[in-house]
Design a protein around this ligand. Sequence first.
Ligand SMILES: Cc1ncc(COP(=O)(O)O)c(C=O)c1O
Length: 373
Amino acid sequence: MNIKPFKLERYYTVNEFSAKYSLCNSDSEAMTINDLLSFESDAKDKFHNLWLGYTESKGHPELRRDIASIYSVIVAESLLVCAGAQEPIFLFSRGNLNSEDEVIVQSPCYQSLQSVPESIGCKVSNWNVKYEGAKPTFDIEELKNMVTNKTKVIYLNTPHNPTGFHFSKEEQEAIIKIARINNIIIFCDEVYKESEHHPEYAIPSFADAYENGVSVGVMSKSYGLPGLRIGWLTSQNAKILEKVAILKEYTSICNSAPSEFLAGVALRNRKKILERNLNIIKDNLPLYDQFFDRYSNLFSWHKPNAGPVVLVKLLFDTDDMGFAEKVLKEQGVLLLPGGVYDYPGFFRIGFGRTEIPEALEQFEKYVVKNLMT
Ligand SMILES: Cc1ncc(COP(=O)(O)O)c(C=O)c1O
C-alpha cells in the first residue's frame, strides 16, 4: 500500500512530548484511572477482577449498549467498537472503496479522511472552506455541483478540525438531501460531538439522520480519554459495517478488555464528564478573546460554537511552519501550523486543556518580544 505520511501525526510524534507548553491539543483534559473508577461504587473491585482474555471482536455487548445510548436510531447491533477513531477511518475506506470510485472531502481535513481514499486510487475532490472575514463557511451549492455519477462517499467532520466550523441542522438536512438523491454514503467524523458550547448547537449524528450515513465516535476528544484507544463506527447500513468488521480481523482483531471496561464507566457517567470538560472550554475561550483583541493587528480568529480547536489566521508576513518552529524553540510553546493540513497562513489552537492559561501567557511573551517592535 502506498500512502502519504500523516503530516499532523508526524508533527505530534516529534514534538508533543518534548514541548514544555502546548497551545494546540484537540482533546479535553484527561483524568486518571482512579478518578474514572470513582464514578461508580463497585467499579474498582470489578476492574481488578476483570478477565484478561480475548474480547468480542465487535466490542463487548454492554459497551455497545452504553455507546448506543448516545444515539436515537442506532442500536447496539449497528456498532463496531475499534481502536480509537483512526482505525475505523482507515478500515471504512479500505473496506468500502475501490479505485474507480470518486469521493468528496470537506477540507482542510484530518489527513486520513483524504489520504486513505487516495491510497486506494480514488479520485478525491476537496470541498474547501471559505472565510467570510474570520468566520469559516462551507457552500452547500458548491457541494451539490461537485457530485458526479461516480461519487461514492462524502467525507465530513463536524464539529470540524481544524476550522472549528460546525454544521447547522438545516445544512445537515441539505447535505443529506444531496446524498440521498445521488445514492452517496456520508461518512462523518464525529469525534468532537457532544462538545457543542451550548445545547442549541447540537445536531443529530449522521448515522441517526441518514440510512446511508456512517459516523465515527471516540472516547479521545469530548470525553478526554485518548489513552483508552476506544472508538467506534456506526451505521444503519449493515453491509458497510460488515466490510469493516472483516478487515478489523487483520488489524486489531478485538479491543483491549481494560479499556472497554473503563470506556463503559465513562459513558455511563458521560454527562458529568462532558460538563467538566465543557467548563474548561468555557474558562479558556474568554482568555483567547482577550488575547486576540490585544493583538488584532497580528492575528484574526473567530470564536467557534463547538469543539476544542480553531484556526487562527496570521496577518503579518511569515510562513506558518517557520513561525511555529520559532515559537517552540524560543518559548517552548507548541502551535500546530496550517502547513500540516496543507493550509498555510494559519495555525491551530486548542482550548480543551487546563494548561491553556499558562501556555497562552508564554506565547504572549514571545509575541511581545518578537512581534511588537
Ligand atoms: C477529526 C479527527 N478524527 C480522528 C482523530 C483520531 O482520533 P483517535 O486519536 O481517537 O484515533 C482525530 C485526532 O486528532 C481527529 O482530530
